[in-house]
Design a protein around this ligand. Structure first.
Ligand SMILES: [Zn+2]
Length: 258
């Protein structure tokens, strides 16, 4: 699932292609919005809010999308013929560029003044202008019995972290994902680490936390179950965590993370 850094990068690409230009085409391929026509409206900006994407128009409308598991936005020259069209949920185009949203988990239009209805529940955005570590720590601490791995993924606590960054943050801080939040001493350092890791990854595709971008070397624990820990050689474990029906993968070193 795309995490906050990927969504931030996507928003920047959409902003570069669409902002300041008048839409010449809007093609919603989701039933509820099939008749919406944004042609003639000028896009003012595209921004990320946690893992949500907001494309705003000068007429006070916001196109809200979320990549969920498999979604992506791709930008092409305006005259390129789009392929895989069955996977496309929305096309927005101007005289120069067309942006196609593939397999989007959410595609909707709402008044910009009502964006809070879709993103108002989110905690401080790790890549937002309003990033506030103290507020994130306050939110994480509200449920001290919750496993820290679960609390980090709750977007109401802090927005932008997915399973990759949660696994890597907890390894780098030596914290077992099952440790209750209330027993994690330095939540400030954990939140700030999340901010630094996402920030360092936002300006390009892909993630790396080890400083080594070569394939297979870009993570400490994520995706490395059964392989030796890069620090101590203990085999990395994999498990699932989360409320029933919403379990998510965890990777950790049982020796380095307590
Ligand atoms: Zn280890």
């Amino acid at each position: 699932m795309p995490e906050g850094d990927v969504v931030w990068y996507t928003a920047r690409r959409l902003h570069e292609a669409l902002a300041g230009q008048v839409l010449t085409r809007s093609d919603f391929r989701v039933p509820r919005y099939a008749t919406v026509d944004l042609r003639g409206q000028s896009v003012t900006e595209a921004v990320a809010r946690g893992k949500h994407l907001l494309i705003r128009t000068g007429n006070g409308l916001t196109v809200h999308t979320h990549l969920k598991m498999d979604g992506s936005w791709r930008v092409f020259p305006a005259d390129k013929r789009l392929t895989e069209s069955r996977k496309i949920r929305l096309v927005l185009a101007n005289a120069h560029w067309q942006a196609a949203g593939y397999l989007l988990g959410i595609t909707e239009v709402l008044p910009t003044g009502k964006e809070d209805q879709v993103v108002g529940h989110l905690g401080p955005d790790l890549l937002g202008p309003d990033w506030d570590a103290a507020q994130a720590v306050g939110r994480l601490s509200r449920d001290p019995g919750k496993p820290v791995g679960e609390a980090l993924l709750d977007q109401r606590n802090l927005a932008g972290i997915g399973t990759y960054f949660a696994a890597e943050m907890l390894f780098l801080r030596g914290i077992n994902p099952w440790r209750p939040v209330g027993e994690v001493k330095d939540l400030d350092a954990l939140a700030e680490l999340g901010h630094r890791l996402l920030d360092a990854n936002k300006a390009r595709p892909g993630h790396v936390t080890t400083g080594d971008t070569r394939p297979g070397r870009d993570s400490w624990v994520y995706g490395r179950a059964g392989r030796p820990c890069r620090r101590c050689g203990t085999l990395i474990r994999r498990g699932e965590q989360g409320p029933p029906g919403q379990e998510r993968l965890r990777f950790w070193c049982p020796n380095c993370q307590r």
